[in-house]
Design a protein around this ligand. Structure first.
Ligand code: BGC
Length: 472
């Protein structure tokens, strides 16, 4: 294959626009995901929320995400990648701006459902668009950029919500400002989206070769690069095409589908979003308030996503999954013990500093364990294990499973703690960590250092799941 030396020619300005707008897609995912933690108190003050109302407002984002993920494949195919991104950007902007007007709770919840729908679309279309439109030499790093931007989004909204909550006294004004800060980024994505070129691969799919060539002329530097890209797309279009849902009835596909589904299920059952959404509330149960309670989770989560990016290639996926699960297992037991020693409903002044310190350390190491492993690795493995013709179906279904379990936890965690005691939920999560370790050991293949084609060959050859990543 001829060498591409994008680096020497430098990248055109449009490439920067492509990456930034796409990065904004990841950022908005994070902004909406991280919104709840430090706004819940203000939301409660303004809307007088009960515990179940808090849970359902938090969780409805996930329901929207499931619907968005389900429809995103069809939208990306029918509307095209660019128009799907514009649609997501429009929903993000209009709905966050409308939420800032503080409509009644039912409408505000419908708005959060719509935000989830946009997140569901963006989380499918942004990586797809990048993999088809960014110059070949930087495609790999674009995938990890999307993951990073999610954690940066969670961090930024946590920080700005803390700042707003502390400087603006009236809950109504504070809440409007919180929604408006999301609107600013959403508008940037929406209006930035108009400058984006359409994906050349989609244009070719629609028999619009001339336009595809014109787009590549804008993003690439040399005619030879453009010709190479066009011929690769043509080859791919003549190869096996995306299969329909029927592929799930083929035995070899069903096997990897189960791996993907269980990975996504465990990614949520270890309890990450209970921490992302409710950490300030949980720290509050232990009598801890203030900046540490509000910012520890998003900060540690963002910082440790950076090393994960190089570690997945150095150590491999499975080692990281073990490391993360064991770290989360131990720390969830520690958090459970801390809450047990605090007991039920003590007055905040009666809580000694030892259990507070244990809880804080446990949460820090827990989030480190997740951010460096299960956070990025599960998405990566799910993008690697499916045979090409079933990749779209596989990724859509596994993404929907992720949102389903995320929603279930957000919708029930606080009530569960209220009913069964604060420590119970942490013991439950540690139990899921044990199951997750056993599952990784028995069924998950190591996908480092093997090409997707080799793995597909092994799969069709009947190699057992955990050996799929071994060279034949
Ligand atoms: C998970 C999200 C979670 C985020 C935290 C992602 O990998 O799928 O549910 O909120 O990590 O960084």
């Amino acid at each position: 294959m001829p060498e591409l030396d994008q680096g020497k020619g430098g990248y055109k300005a449009i490439v920067l626009v492509i990456c930034s707008v796409a990065a904004l897609g990841g950022l908005l995912f994070g902004l909406d995901q991280g919104f709840i933690a430090n706004s819940l108190e203000t939301l409660t003050a303004h809307y007088h929320l009960t515990v179940p109302q808090k849970e359902s407002y938090s969780a409805i984002l996930a329901t929207g995400g499931i619907v968005g993920a389900l429809l995103s494949g069809v939208l990306a195919r029918v509307l095209g990648r660019k128009k799907s991104l514009l649609l997501a950007g429009f929903i993000f902007t209009a709905v966050s701006a409308y939420s800032a007007l503080l409509p009644d709770l039912a409408i505000l919840s419908a708005c959060r459902f719509a935000l989830g729908f946009a997140v569901g679309i963006a989380s499918f279309v942004v990586p797809l668009y990048l993999s088809e439109t960014a110059p070949p030499a930087i495609r790999g790093s674009m995938g990890t950029l999307f993951q990073l931007m999610i954690t940066i989004g969670i961090f930024l909204i946590s920080l700005s919500n803390v700042y707003i909550a502390r400087t603006v006294v009236a809950p109504a004004t504070a809440l409007s400002l919180m929604f408006l800060s999301i609107t600013v980024f959403a508008a940037l994505m929406f209006f930035g989206g108009f400058i984006l070129p359409e994906s050349p691969r989609w244009l070719m799919l629609k028999d619009r070769k001339q336009e595809a060539v014109a787009v590549l002329g804008r993003t690439l530097n040399r005619q030879s690069e453009i010709d190479l890209e066009i011929s690769e797309i043509e080859q791919a279009l003549h190869g096996p095409q995306g299969a329909g849902l029927g592929i799930i009835f083929r035995g070899y596909f069903l096997k990897v589908l189960m791996v993907g589904i269980l990975l996504q299920m465990f990614q949520q059952l270890v309890g990450i979003n209970v921490m992302i959404y409710y950490a300030p509330t949980i720290f509050g149960f232990a009598g801890m308030k203030g900046i540490v309670a509000m910012m520890t989770v998003p900060t540690v989560n963002m910082l440790f996503t950076f090393p994960a990016i190089s570690l997945v290639e150095k150590w491999g996926r499975k080692k990281l999954l073990y490391l993360g699960a064991v770290a989360m297992l131990v720390t969830m037991i520690a958090a459970g013990i801390a809450f047990q020693s605090i007991g039920a409903n003590p007055s905040p002044t009666a809580i000694t500093s030892a259990p507070k310190l244990i809880l804080l350390l446990a949460v820090i190491v827990y989030i480190f364990g997740f951010a460096v492993s299960w956070g990025p690795v599960v998405w990566l493995v799910c993008s690697e294990i499916f045979p090409l013709e079933g990749r779209e179906v596989g990724m859509t279904l596994t993404t929907m499973v992720n949102w389903t379990f995320a929603g279930l936890l957000m919708a029930n965690a606080l009530t569960f703690m209220e009913k069964h005691g604060n420590s119970s939920i942490f013991y439950l999560f540690s139990g899921f960590c044990v199951l997750a370790v056993a599952f990784v050991a028995l069924f998950v293949p190591e996908t480092k250092g093997i090409t997707l084609e080799e793995m597909e060959f092994n799969l069709r050859d009947g190699v057992r799941l955990r050996d799929l990543g071994k060279r034949a």
